[in-house]
Every structure is written in C-alpha cells, then in structure tokens.
Write a protein that binds this ligand. Structure first.
Ligand code: FAD
Length: 306
C-alpha cells in the first residue's frame, strides 16, 4: 500500500488512541500462533471500548478495510500481509466475577478466564482450559473442546456493529453453531461476553482440568507453532482419522508438515512460509477428497494477500 496512505491512516488513528498503540508495517508473525505470514499496513490496539468504537467508526466512514485479529490461534496470514488496518483487543482484557456471573472483555485469554473461575470453585468452563484464544475469538468461533462449548455457558455478548454501534446480543441472537456464530457472519466486533457458571466442587474442577490438560499435552503437538485443528469435523467422520488413514502424517510442503502426533494439526516445523502452510492444507484436502470423497472444510481463517 502506498506509504502516504498508511501514514494518513496512522495519523488519523493517533487522534483516537495513544500513538504508542499504532504500528505501521507491523509483522503479524508475532501475533499469530503459526508464526508465519506478512505485515499489516497498520496495526492498532485500543485501550478502551470507546477507542475501539471510534476506530471501527473511522474505518467504516473512510472505507478502510478493518480486520479483527484476536489471539491469532486460528488465523493464517498470507505472506503478502494484510491491507488496511488490523485491530487487536489484547489491551481490553478485564475479567470480573460476581457470584456465578463472569464478564470478560474480548481480549482476555480463555485460558486466564478458565483459571480464574476455577480458582473461585466455579464449574462449567473447564472444557476451555487449554484453548489458546481470546474471548472475542472464542465467541466468533463458538470455541469448544471435550464435549463443552461456549454456547453452553454464554448469557449475552456485547459487540460493535460494522458501523461502530454498540449492541448486546442474547444467547439466541448469537446463533451459535459448530464453530460458527452471527458474529463472523455479520462482521461484528466482540467487546465483552457474559457467562453464567455454577458453584462446583473444587477437587472435581481441579481434577477435570488436570485430566483435560494431560489429554491435550499428550495428543497435540504443542511444541510446534500451529493453528490447532485446521479442518472442521466433516459430518459422519473425523478429519484427523481421514488424514491419518490417507497416510499424510509427516508430509507437507517446505517447512510445513502434517503433524505426526495429531493428524488434524499442520505445524510450522521449520520456518514455513504461509504459502507452504496453505499448499499443505490444499494437498491434504485434495488427497482426502480423492481417497474418501469427503470435502474437508477449513476451521482456520486464511486472510491477507499472497
Ligand atoms: C494448539 C491449539 C489448540 C486449539 N484447540 C482448540 C480447541 O480445543 N477448541 C477450539 O474451538 N479451538 C481450538 N483452537 C483454535 C482457537 O484457539 C480457537 O478458534 C479460538 O477461539 C480462536 O481465538 P483467537 O482469539 O485466537 O482468534 P483469532 O485466531 O485471532 O481469530 C479467529 C476468528 O475470530 C475472529 N475474532 C477474533 N477476535 C474477535 C473479536 N473480538 N470480535 C469478532 N471477531 C473476532 C477473527 O476475525 C477470526 O475470524 C486451538 C488452536 C491452537 C493453536
């Protein structure tokens, strides 16, 4: 993008947020868990919900593309990077617990919410103890694991519309389904989420978290950068099993590889580019389609330019 346009966006944003929270040509490698991909023209981190709303309004009114990046645990950024503004809410990370009600801001990490509620003997959020995303990303994706999902515990969610208007969506209005929500569909920006949990038995909560942590650590290649499960579960199948049975583990393009530990994960094993990673995804989809006539739909989001 022309240098002057980037400079203009940055100087306009400096009217809304502290200049320290604006970065031009910022590498997104450090903000995504695959550790690959290119730069954002402008990267901005609001410190308040009001700043967030003003940035969204600015982008909307000036026709500047705006991409929401959460904790980058389900996002692949192409090597050419992202044009426009990338907004990140990691500075909006307050977590409030009042009895059985928990309100977490969008940038709070799911893992931190899970730890804090467990420490208060609240049950219902154990399933999320190892999901490495933000609350905003978890709402957008209706994140879930080990039989639990966000849908089970959500009360309501406060979002900004693409125009920057603040609205509250009830559980039903959120249209939460398997790894989907109205948030992604309508391009809303999550500000915070309200959950209802229940008082539980501390020992049982701790034991469940220990068990789920053990299962995750023993089955997932957490020692390598990845985006978690790349594909959604196709109806009637398990993506990992199809990939395993297609003999694809250990195979890949360039520095990317289908994990030998968990076939549903593609790891950045050795300085992969986003192109390597995406070619590996396409190779897996192609082989599984040929062999089993099953279309593997992406769970991860691929953004940016080649
Ligand atoms: C090792 C590993 C294990 C994982 N295990 C699981 C698992 O067990 N279960 C599971 O469900 N997922 C899992 N994931 C995937 C990922 O953690 C979840 O999808 C998580 O919810 C993504 O959150 P994020 O903040 O990282 O979002 P990002 O990856 O940054 O973004 C994902 C999508 O959410 C949108 N988004 C992010 N924040 C907001 C916001 N504030 N408002 C609106 N939209 C937003 C983005 O625009 C994007 O479309 C795993 C990932 C890894 C790397």
């Amino acid at each position: 993008m022309a240098y002057m346009i980037i400079e203009k966006w940055a100087s306009d944003l400096a009217q809304i947020v502290n200049a320290d929270n604006i970065k031009c040509n910022e590498s997104l490698k450090q903000y995504t868990m695959t550790k690959l991909g290119g730069n954002a023209d402008v990267f901005v981190m609001p410190e308040t919900e009001e700043e967030a709303a003003n940035i969204v309004k600015y982008a909307y009114n000036n026709d500047v593309p705006l991409l929401m990046l959460g904790n980058g645990s389900n996002m692949i950024v192409r090597d050419g990077g992202v044009r426009g503004i990338v907004i990140n809410f990691s500075k909006l990370d307050r977590i409030e617990i009042d009895g059985e009600i928990v309100i977490a801001q969008s940038g709070a990490l799911i893992i931190d919410v899970s730890k804090q509620v467990a420490a208060q003997s609240l049950t219902g959020f154990e399933f999320a103890c190892g999901i490495p995303g933000s609350i905003g990303g978890a709402m957008a994706m209706n994140a879930g694991a080990y039989g639990g999902e966000i849908k089970d515990v959500i009360v309501e969610c406060t979002v900004l519309t693409p125009e920057g208007k603040r609205i509250v969506l009830s559980k039903d209005e959120l249209e939460l389904g398997y790894r989907k929500s109205i948030i992604a569909k309508k391009g809303y920006y999550v500000l915070s989420a309200k959950f209802r949990l229940a008082k539980g038995d501390q020992e049982a909560i701790d034991a469940k978290i220990a068990d789920l942590t053990f299962q995750r650590e023993s089955k997932q290649p957490l020692e390598y950068p990845s985006a978690g499960s790349v594909f959604k579960r196709p109806p009637g199948y398990f993506a990992g099993k199809l990939i395993q049975d297609s003999d694809l583990q250990g195979k890949g393009v360039g520095g990317a590889e289908v994990s030998t530990k968990h076939a549903g994960f593609i790891i950045n094993k050795n300085n992969a580019t986003a192109t390597d990673y995406i070619k590996t995804i396409r190779m897996v989809q192609h082989v599984v389609k040929e062999k089993y006539n099953v279309d593997l739909e992406l769970e991860v989001k691929i953004v940016g330019e080649d």
